[in-house]
Design a protein around this ligand. Structure first.
Ligand SMILES: Cc1ncc(C[n+]2csc(CCOP(=O)(O)OP(=O)(O)O)c2C)c(N)n1
Ligand SMILES: [Mg+2]
Length: 594
């Protein structure tokens, strides 16, 4: 036991937990803790972006790349309220971060002091934050901090990771008590529960009996770092793999067994394999509407005409959207190791029918490639979207990290990006919060300083968080932003074209009485902030510009004028109920034979 201030205790705890960064913004409510961070500044670095949302996305990006959580620090009231979006993004994509929020002092609870939310309960910030965190702790005495901090760290990193909040009335930063730090015992992937022997035997029998089996992998496989085991197993069994965006790269997507993404913006062979499979082995994936064609039977999946083994570390996800024939609560890597053991023992194998299945898939792949190929060959101004994807792929090394934002640019990348390593493609998948991409790349670069980090983001999304430029310069974080400039909230404008007869309103950027397309000069904006800025309007020039940006190893922005009138071909469905969905442009619903 030692007598210390609450702030000292928190700072020491963060150091003990080897948390290397706090991404945070000051306020009167957290100056007490900032003062304690001053004392540990050689062990724990404070990075202050210009908006709390960006702080949260940076922490999220850091975790996704390194699987090591960091902390955010925000002040009472509005500063912490600004963090909500980032927490929602982290929560819905199972990304861990420790959000330390300050609150009003306990002596002022319920008096309505500056920035207190108290209409229903004193110091009610935990109620604001509750839906977007795994848990919110509110210690109200210094001697409550050690337990709250330990439980917070255990909660965020164990099982299915997620953001956790410790809400601290700011008097605790200054008040003292006789306290001792508690040590945590959990971390990411420390505990790895497996399937029961009986379930493994059943799974092995189901897989061995299947004629058209397919894996569907999600973020759970990435989080459990099960890429090598997955690769081993599918090579042994020759079973193809469909991936959700956050699972991409666990199997190198250049591998012929990788079919890509499924759903409206998936690849045709993936949707076809999903439709025609007789067994799906889903690991750590949710079957959300976008990766299940809004659950319309026959568009991406064909349950219950097809068997389902669903493996997840979270009970709540098993059977959420489709009732599995076999539901298994297990860590992805442990489960895959258990299957590898079965294969080793000869109790799991695929038969001759797998070759027929491959031949069918190959036919779909050939049709798809013939259909999409011309788009990749065209040079144009404004630039064809496919070219941006292809040039990013050819310029960036396999270990480069890209982040995507929400928008049509993301749809193009879901359909055509080939991630070659896990944890190299950061997507805001569950919540799709704009601002994630351009912000999270800063955290990604801090996690992987020696690897190129490139954010591909919309012109709309970038203008939501343009202050990221300042942070890159202030902290010398050499990332590249590729601004996919189509002068519109194009993903949403496309919905107006598709569903509302092109009655365009509120979905594009115009200026003046003639309604000329408007955007700021992004490159000049970057230069004004001290960032290298380039503008590219011809497809022939993009590759060289990206090569140069990566080579510079300085913060750099490339404003790329992309054709908004070329749309990614729908190969599955996505419905906006009650509107009827649109039929796929390429491919069709599976209708079972009579
Ligand atoms: C914070 C936030 N606001 C609104 C949306 C709804 N939304 C989804 S995509 C999109 C348009 C994105 O425009 P832009 O960033 O230019 O990307 P583009 O679709 O043009 O590639 C909007 C407004 C969202 N996902 N997140
Ligand atoms: Mg746009």
């Amino acid at each position: 036991m030692a007598r210390m201030k609450g702030a000292e205790l928190i700072a020491n705890f963060l150091v003990q937990e080897k948390i290397p960064y706090v991404f945070g913004i000051c306020g009167h409510g957290n100056v007490g803790l900032l003062d304690a961070l001053y004392d540990v500044r050689d062990k724990l670095k404070l990075v202050s972006p210009r908006h709390e949302q960006t702080a949260g996305h940076m922490a999220d990006g850091y975790f996704r790349v390194k699987h090591q959580p960091v902390a955010t620090l925000t002040s009472t009231g509005p500063g912490s309220a600004n963090l909500i979006m980032a927490l929602a993004v982290a929560q819905t994509d199972s990304s861990a971060l420790l959000a330390i929020t300050a609150n009003v002092p306990t002596s002022q609870f319920n008096r309505g002091p500056f920035q207190e939310l108290n209409r229903h309960n004193q110091a009610d910030f935990p109620n604001v934050i509750r839906p977007v965190v795994k848990h919110s702790f509110q210690p109200s005495r210094v001697d409550m901090l050690p337990l709250a901090l330990r439980q917070a760290v255990t909660t965020m990193s164990s099982g299915r990771p997620g953001p956790v909040n410790v809400d601290v009335p700011y008097n605790l930063f200054q008040e003292e008590a006789e306290v001792a730090l508690e040590t945590t015992w959990a971390g990411v992937n420390v505990r790895r529960s497996g399937a029961s022997p009986a379930d493994i035997a059943t799974a092995a029998a189901m897989i061995s009996a299947a004629k058209r089996p397919v894996f569907f992998i999600g973020h759970g496989v990435t989080l459990s770092e099960a890429g090598p085991q997955l690769t081993d197993l599918v090579h042994r069994l020759r079973i193809p793999v469909i991936s959700s965006p956050n699972g991409m790269g666990c199997l190198n997507m250049d591998d012929p067994l990788s079919l890509g993404f499924i759903g409206r913006n998936g690849a045709y062979p993936a949707n076809q394999a999903g439709r025609y499979a007789d067994l799906v082995i889903a690991i750590g994936g949710r079957f959300d509407d976008r990766s299940a064609s809004s659950w319309l039977p026959g568009y991406s999946w064909n349950f219950p005409n097809c068997k389902l083994i669903q493996v997840d570390v979270d009970h709540a996800e098993i059977g959420r959207n489709y009732a599995p024939d076999l539901g298994i609560l297990a860590d992805a890597r442990t489960f895959l190791i258990q299957l590898l053991e079965q294969a080793e023992r000869g109790t799991l194998a695929t038969g001759a029918t797998i070759a027929t299945w491959h031949a069918e898939i190959e036919k779909w792949r050939t049709e798809w490639e013939a259909f999409i190929h011309p788009g990749f060959e065209l040079h144009a101004s404004p630039i064809r979207p496919e070219r941006i994807v292809a040039d990013c792929r050819s310029v960036l090394p396999d270990d480069a990290i890209i982040s995507l934002d929400s928008g049509i640019h993301h749809n193009w990348f879901m359909q055509f990006w080939k991630a070659r390593r896990p944890q190299t493609m950061l997507n805001t998948w569950g919540y799709s919060g704009m601002g994630f991409g351009p912000s999270s790349i800063l955290g990604a670069k801090l996690a992987a300083p020696d690897r190129p980090c490139v954010s591909i983001c919309g012109d709309g999304g970038f203008t939501m968080v343009p202050h990221v430029l300042c942070t890159a310069v202030e902290y010398n974080i050499p990332v590249v932003w590729v601004v996919w400039n189509n002068f519109a909230w194009a993903a949403i404008r496309d919905l107006q074209y598709g569903y509302f007869d092109g009655r365009e309103i509120g979905t594009a950027f115009y200026q003046g009485p003639e309604g000329k397309p408007y955007n700021p000069d992004f490159a000049a904006w970057a230069r004004a902030a001290g960032v290298e800025g380039m503008t590219v309007t011809r497809s022939q020039d993009f590759k060289g510009a990206l090569e140069q940006a990566v080579r510079l190893n300085k913060p750099c922005l490339i404003d790329v004028h992309v054709d908004a009138n070329v749309r990614p071909p729908a190969t599955g469905a996505w419905q906006l109920p009650p509107l009827p969905h649109k039929e796929p442009v390429f491919g069709a619903k599976y209708v079972p034979k009579k």
